[in-house]
Design a protein around this ligand. Structure first.
Ligand code: SAH
Length: 457
């Protein structure tokens, strides 16, 4: 039996937008059939063109906004709309913060969990925040260009001002681009899988102002290597590290496994929470330092730590959370899957004269099971997983170890709510408001801290 879909591709409709999807698309309904509309906001009346029709929903784009939302602001730049660098740039910042708070409420409601969500803690200046850029390099009409991909494609849109990045990083990307042009380095071509330079990655310490430039290449050989290096060093005095990362694969994965230090150090340092951190090219490091400090402060405060406590920091990266709380507890155990990150974490402990942390390379779900078998009894566990959230087996191990409290730092409310549901079945509940902290202004990403407490003693 086939039900009739009420809309057709390439047809225009006048609709009222009633919601904003987690991807930042306006949601309109015709006969209960949802249409996801680019560049449309709740309360708006719009003429839309349906661009794609699926069985249970359709996509469209707004041709004309007949009645505007009070929260609509003028987009900063058309290129951002084309590329999706800043998918919420048309929404006023206070409304972005409310959107993120609601997103968490919606995901918990879907799980039938009744929780309170506090208003999102925002940024005073909600742009120019990213301390890291990963910029594709492509040939466009015979010229080497840097920029960003057009939405739903790999066509490059040239961009010099990325708006959400540290402006010093934007300048560095343009300088490196011009140096690549000068020495006629061939950009990578995805179609033929040929060419030399695929991406430029730049990281800059928010406090230290140390800069790292990573040239991600298809080939092992980097023509004019010494000229490139000396020009970069000369034109970018903040650069402390130049690395070549070789990624020979025809994949979407940005970085390959092999790094070659071309000049300077193999890592840069930055400060966070009053501590010094070394950061290697492949290690994860939070991209918004100002908001990260707010996030960590909250996480530590909510953990209610004592000097006799043992803490596990699962998904510890280069040890930023572990080392930030090490001073106030007896012992911290950190686990992380990327070996370079654990090397960084160990060096960072030394660098900061911290001796009560133990860092292990491994999958958090496997290491927690091991620790549990060995009889480790943490008082508090901190988890900060990637978007896919926690493995069910990790949740079981946590429950077996039965810490008083679990601090869940999440970058994806959907998996947070799913995991919180499982925790509730294992005797852990949320007694205080979930706190969103906006780490990614102008985008749809939602970061938050949740405290899960053991029921009973
Ligand atoms: N807490 C750190 C890192 C958080 S990002 C910080 O705030 O800086 C998540 C980290 O989890 C990344 O470093 C990633 O490499 C790591 N990771 C991903 N899957 C993992 C797994 N299964 N086990 C352990 N670590 C994992």
């Amino acid at each position: 039996m086939k039900t009739q879909v009420p809309v057709q591709k390439n047809q225009k409709y006048d609709v009222e937008v009633t919601d904003l999807s987690y991807q930042g698309l306006g949601v309109a309904k015709i006969d209960d059939f949802p249409i996801f509309v680019e560049n449309a906001l709740p309360t708006e009346l719009a003429t839309i063109l349906v661009t794609k029709v699926k069985k249970n929903f359709a996509f469209g784009k707004a041709l004309k906004i007949i009645r505007q939302s009070q929260d609509r602001v003028k987009p900063i730049d058309g290129a951002y709309t084309q590329t999706g660098i800043a998918p919420l740039q048309h929404l006023a910042y206070p409304a972005q913060l409310t959107f993120k708070q609601h997103q968490i409420q919606t995901d918990f409601a879907k799980m039938k969990l009744d929780v309170e969500v506090a208003p999102t803690i925002g940024m005073e200046t909600p742009y120019h925040y990213r301390n890291k850029a990963q910029i594709p390099v492509r040939m466009l009409n015979g010229r080497l260009q840097t920029g960003f991909y057009r939405k739903h494609s790999h066509d490059l849109v040239p961009i010099e001002d990325f708006y959400i990045q540290d402006p010093e990083i934007d300048k560095a990307v343009v300088i490196v681009r011009d140096i690549l042009r000068k020495f006629q380095i061939t950009p990578y071509d995805e179609q033929t899988h040929r060419g030399v330079i695929r991406n430029i990655m730049v990281r800059r310490g928010h406090y230290s102002h140390e800069m790292m430039v990573v040239l991600i290449t298809k080939s092992k050989k980097l023509p004019s290597q010494s000229d490139l290096v000396s020009e970069i060093v000369e034109q970018l005095p903040e650069v402390k590290s130049i690395v070549q990362n070789i990624n020979p694969k025809a994949t979407n994965a940005l970085m390959g496994e092999k790094n070659k230090v071309l000049w300077g150090k193999g890592s840069i340092t930055d400060q966070l929470m009053g501590l010094t951190f070394e950061i290697s090219p492949n290690s994860f490091y939070q991209v918004n330092p100002i908001q990260t400090e707010k996030l960590y402060q909250l996480a530590i405060q909510k953990a209610q730590l004592n000097k006799d406590d043992t803490v596990i920091d699962a998904y510890c990266g280069i040890g930023t959370i572990s080392l930030s709380l090490a001073k106030v507890v007896k012992k911290v155990y950190g686990v992380e899957i990327v070996p370079e990150a654990i090397e960084d974490a160990k060096r960072n402990a030394k660098l900061n004269n911290i001796t009560n942390c133990r860092f292990m390379v491994g999958k958090a779900e496997e290491q927690l099971a091991k620790w549990q078998k060995e009889g480790l009894k943490p008082d508090v566990i901190v988890v900060d997983p990637p978007r896919k959230g926690l493995a069910e087996s990790l949740i079981r191990s946590v429950a077996e170890m039965s810490p008083q409290r679990l601090i869940y730092v999440s970058c994806n409310p959907a998996t947070l709510a799913r995991d919180a549901k499982l925790f509730s079945e294992h005797g852990y509940q949320i007694n205080q408001p979930i706190q969103p902290v906006d780490q990614f202004p102008q985008t749809v990403h939602v970061e938050s801290v949740t405290v899960l407490e053991r029921i009973g003693k």
